[in-house]
Write a protein that binds this ligand. Structure first.
Ligand SMILES: Cc1cc2nc3c(=O)[nH]c(=O)nc-3n(C[C@H](O)[C@H](O)[C@H](O)COP(=O)(O)OP(=O)(O)OC[C@H]3O[C@@H](n4cnc5c(N)ncnc54)[C@H](O)[C@@H]3O)c2cc1C
Length: 425
């Protein structure tokens, strides 16, 4: 059954992860007067739930929460959360800037619970233009719940923040959808469901998620063998030294955006070691130590294979065979489970905007609004799809307090123009 809303919303947000949570805070703190709702596919708030690996920490300071950099007095800061939970003094006693991922997820959920603007269990499946001929005045956003009910929301503006899509390298496409090959996005639930004594697991990738999963599996004694397979020469450390870290400072977006495209590309390449295919230094030390200790014991349960390329993948009902080439030449190995920690893709064309392609005119502008053809009135903003034009922090948390305010201001200006036009009619 499809239900359509009779009123037109001023704003529909798609996704209620950290990006749109930060926007909901910015709008609320500005005292906005828009009719707004956010649609979230999950049944309740959760931040990367299948990567809540025990012992995993945040890779960003707690002060880079959803709001503090913009408004340190906010009721939605991480410090307010700690105070509310009665843990502020004890958190300080721990002398760390880095909460566990579990605690940060709890903070985000605490914020979400105070902002009753989200419709959960509402996966957006389509965004369609509404109007006459070429003149588009609204958008129709279709959402579906897990029991198959669909609902259509009409809106004058949209903020798209659905996050990234799991990246499946081409060679693994034929086995996508089998239960023996999973993406890190589903790690905890998919692995827990399949774990059995004696199983052999391969983890593909050389980044933080691969290293965390490898370490987590290493600590599960019922698993007979875990192999970490990476293309690079070695696990490389993420660079979070202070001069380099300035790239994530709020003022950097303006500077980056103003640069010519070739300079931006060069900067992204130069600074890739802050975020891509790199691992926290302490986790690298821990993995090295684990491998050394098993050597002392004369065991070979854990294996790290660097400089290795997967050449072919074949799956049966029981196992997966990986054909690889590496320092030892060509090797084939069988696994019960293969976990791809191969990152995420952020591709706007894949992300629901297909039906609006005829009106689209290029990448998001400085205020994250998509430029559209004349006579296309609705405003569409995106969060997390502007790394090429806005810099490395675009897919991360540090930019959220400011990006959300910039979008809130642009939304308000758009809304006020609409209200003035209606009043003048
Ligand atoms: C394991 C992991 C750890 C990370 N740790 C850090 C860190 O420590 N520091 C840091 O700066 N960054 C980190 N990141 C990067 C991460 O991208 C950001 O932290 C943050 O999650 C981005 O927020 P977002 O709201 O843009 O996207 P997401 O957090 O991905 O949220 C998107 C939301 O949209 C929903 N959604 C998607 N499609 C639809 C749809 N069609 N309809 C309705 N809802 C939809 C999803 O269910 C999800 O809730 C980490 C990423 C991962 C995977």
């Amino acid at each position: 059954m499809t239900e359509a809303t009779s009123d037109v919303f001023d704003l529909i947000g798609i996704g209620f992860g950290p990006s749109n949570l930060a926007l909901a805070i910015a709008l609320q703190e500005r005292g906005h007067n828009m009719r707004a709702a956010f649609l979230e596919a999950r049944p309740q708030f959760a931040w990367h739930p299948d990567m809540m690996i025990a012992g995993s920490d945040m890779q960003v300071s707690f002060m880079k929460d959803l709001v503090s950099l913009r408004n340190p007095r906010s009721a939605y800061s991480f410090v307010s959360y700690l105070h509310d939970k009665g843990r502020l003094s004890r958190f300080i006693n721990r002398k760390t800037f880095f909460p566990s991922r579990e605690e940060f997820n709890d903070y985000l959920g605490w914020v979400a619970a105070q902002l009753p603007v989200c419709h959960y269990d509402s996966r957006v499946t389509a965004i369609d233009p509404v109007g006459r001929g070429d003149h588009i005045t609204e958008l129709a956003v279709t959402s579906e719940s897990s029991n198959g009910q669909s609902r259509i929301y009409r809106t004058r503006s949209l903020v798209l923040a659905p996050g990234g899509q799991p990246h499946w390298p081409e060679i693994f496409r034929p086995v996508q959808g089998t239960s023996q090959v999973i993406h890190a996005q589903d790690y905890l639930s998919a692995t827990t469901a399949r774990i059995k004594p004696g199983m052999r697991v391969a983890v593909i990738g050389g980044g933080q998620s691969a290293a965390e999963i490898f370490t987590d599996l290493a600590q599960r004694p019922q698993i007979a063998g875990v192999q970490l397979i990476l293309r690079g020469r070695a696990l490389m450390p993420s660079d979070d030294t202070p001069f380099v870290n300035e790239v994530f400072d709020p003022g950097q977006t303006e500077i980056f955006h103003a640069k010519p495209e070739a300079d931006r590309q060069r900067m992204l390449q130069n600074l890739a070691a802050t975020n891509y295919a790199v691992v926290d230094g302490d986790l690298i030390e821990q993995i090295y130590e684990m491998l050394y200790e098993q050597d002392v014991r004369g065991e070979d349960r854990l294996l790290l294979t660097a400089e290795t390329q997967i050449q072919a993948v074949a799956a049966t009902d029981q196992s997966v065979t990986l054909n690889m080439t590496g320092p030892q030449g060509a090797v084939a190995a069988d696994f019960d489970l293969v976990i791809l920690a191969t990152g995420y893709r952020r591709d706007l064309d894949d992300a629901m905007l297909k039906s609006l392609t005829p009106w689209r005119k290029g990448p998001p502008d400085r205020n994250y609004r998509l430029p559209m053809a004349d006579h296309f009135e609705p405003a569409i903003f995106v969060q997390g799809f502007s790394e090429a034009t806005h810099g490395l922090s675009d897919t991360l948390l540090s930019v959220l307090p400011f990006r959300s305010e910039e979008i809130a201001l642009a939304l308000e200006a758009f809304h006020n123009r609409h209200m003035n036009a209606v009043a003048a009619e």
